[in-house]
Design a protein around this ligand. Sequence first.
Ligand SMILES: *[C@@H]1O[C@H](CO)[C@@H](O)[C@H](O)[C@H]1NC(C)=O
Ligand SMILES: *[C@@H]1O[C@H](CO)[C@@H](O)[C@H](O)[C@H]1NC(C)=O
Length: 498
Amino acid sequence: MMAGRGRLVPCVCLGLFGVLCWVWVSFASFPDDQLPLEALDAVDRGAFHPQSALSEMEFASISSYRGPGNSDRRRNKELPIILWWSGGLFPHFPGDTERIDCATSSCLVTSNRKVQLYKRTSSIIFYGTDFRAYEAPLPRLRHQTWALFHEESPMNNYVLSHAPGIRLFNYTATFRRESDYPLTLQWLPSLDYLLQPVAVPLQEKNRLRREGLAPVLYMQSHCDVPSDRDRYVKELMKYIKVDSYGKCLNNRPLPEHLEDTSTATGEEAGFMNFVARYKFHLALENGLCPDYMTEKLWRPLHQGCVPVYRGSAAVADWMPNDHSAVIIDNFPSPKALADFLKRLDENDDEYAKYLEFKNPSRITNTRLLEALETREWGVNDMTKPNYLNGFECYVCDQENARLAAERAYKKAPKKNQPPQPKMADNSHMGCPLPSPGYGDVQDLSADDGWLQIWPQDYWQSLDQAEGLESLIRHNESDPSLLWKHIQNIAVSRARGKH
Ligand SMILES: *[C@@H]1O[C@H](CO)[C@@H](O)[C@H](O)[C@H]1NC(C)=O
Ligand SMILES: *[C@@H]1O[C@H](CO)[C@@H](O)[C@H](O)[C@H]1NC(C)=O
């Protein structure tokens, strides 16, 4: 088989992406070597439309083909199969099965669930937001690894934030730097994005301030979220003027011509100009987790506004330098934060220091620079693979290496080591129990909306993770037995206490 013979073909890459992308089709492989899955039915493609970076950014998939280290000459029917359990995310022609030729080896990838129990199916890739314990592919086969792709908010699935949940996966691509294939800077397209000149000069911002514009912008329409950000912002508003245009804590109408764009995460020019007039942008993520950072943080930096941020407690690790964002958790109270912002608002020199990173030599954070330079996937970059194709290739190469090690061990157990099991742990996600955005949880009234949702969701997710672990341990093949297993765990726990 000739790896590398093929062509780039444009495809409308699943409604999900809604953009044109490119897929490398190694068509030369097919005529003499029937794809074994072609005859199988079309995939069950559920309605699955996550709101995510994936749907907002243009992805260029110049294919999984990454050439020259790959000397894999096997025919398609000899290759390990990787199954995308979340078919909606399958980064190839819908319904197709394709050969991918990765850095060091090749695989077949498919979204056809009929291969679930095949011996050759060596790995299953899951999309975190979409992963449901009561729909997991069971029985879990000993020879199959599970791979998790989750770049979205922790709030979408707290099952993954518990040790028994994340440990089910052997490979991960998450926003955490500790994951196997980290997507930490997924919302930061490039260094140039940060270096873009300030959109609205300080003199102009001061003029707008004198005309009555608030120093601080808040724009959020998703209000009931685990980070409970509104509770904090509401308190902050007592001490400093905040213009709030979204549905949450709204105190100003959005100009009519912007109504359609306000919820977009994309960067429509009219919207961008509108928000760039503010000195400070409240940038509070919907869920708190180490390394979970979104466009809320990077967009103000791009525009030359100062983000007032809460989300990843380690955000400072990724900032251009040590004074480019105001970090909420560094202040003892909303009032203290307000006092600080007022001082910056009144002192042009102090404010300007926060934008010094627009000068390239002032981006001093080597972790940031190196991460941008060395990541292999691109955002809006036609010369690099997108991270979905990148991750499936990571899994493919890992699996081929594992299979080769297993074969070598079987052949000569005295000479070779068996491959070591590999699985994820809490450092690959591990988001903490949601806590109130302001104040202590004991002080909330019993009918508090946030209190009724998020702490419960978090602990119920732990039950589900433990339930699924139990299903797997008992080699069950019906995932709907989850509830029974959860009950059994609860019962035996209660007994243990007596
Ligand atoms: C994959 O993870 C499972 C569950 O944690 C574990 O039992 C298994 O040994 C791992 N497989 C490999 C090949 O590391
Ligand atoms: C688990 O169940 C499957 C079928 O349901 C069976 O083929 C397999 O042998 C079982 N594995 C173990 C370890 O019992």
